[in-house]
Design a protein around this ligand. Structure first.
Ligand SMILES: [Zn+2]
Length: 135
């Protein structure tokens, strides 16, 4: 899956603004490229979990229809942990077709930050998906 540099920057900016809580939102795609990140409220307002507010979820679907885009998936941030799905992320993922992008901000343990990783989550397991950033 491709993602534009502008969307990547927007996701990182959103993650930083919401820290120490997790941010979340939806990702809109055209022809295999994520071209928009739509911010959503985190209904849990928590530093360790997220729930895309249902109104914002529907809003993103409406925007996708309006603009001829497809809902590709969701993103959220991990303010203090790596860009790997938590056990809760895996347990709560309900759609194997959706892409789950995680933005990690933690700079305490030597890995590259900010770090963006994409996953498909299904049946209790996580599979990494290559994200290539396009101009
Ligand atoms: Zn998570």
């Amino acid at each position: 899956m491709r993602i534009t540099a502008a969307v990547t920057a927007e996701l990182v900016a959103h993650a930083r603004e919401e820290a120490p809580n997790e941010c979340c939102g939806l990702l809109l795609e055209r022809a295999g490229e994520i071209v928009a990140g739509v911010r959503a409220r985190n209904a849990h307002a928590s530093p360790s979990r997220y729930l895309v507010h249902p109104e914002d979820h529907f809003g993103a679907i409406r925007r996708a229809r309006r603009e001829g885009l497809t809902l590709a998936g969701a993103y959220h941030s991990h303010p203090r942990s790596p860009a790997q799905p938590s056990a809760t992320d895996v347990a709560e993922a309900h759609d194997p077709e959706l892409l789950y992008v995680i933005v990690a901000l933690n700079d305490g343990s030597g890995w590259r930050v900010p770090d963006l990783r994409a996953w498909r989550l299904a049946k209790g397991s996580a599979r990494a998906v290559l994200l290539s950033i396009t101009p």
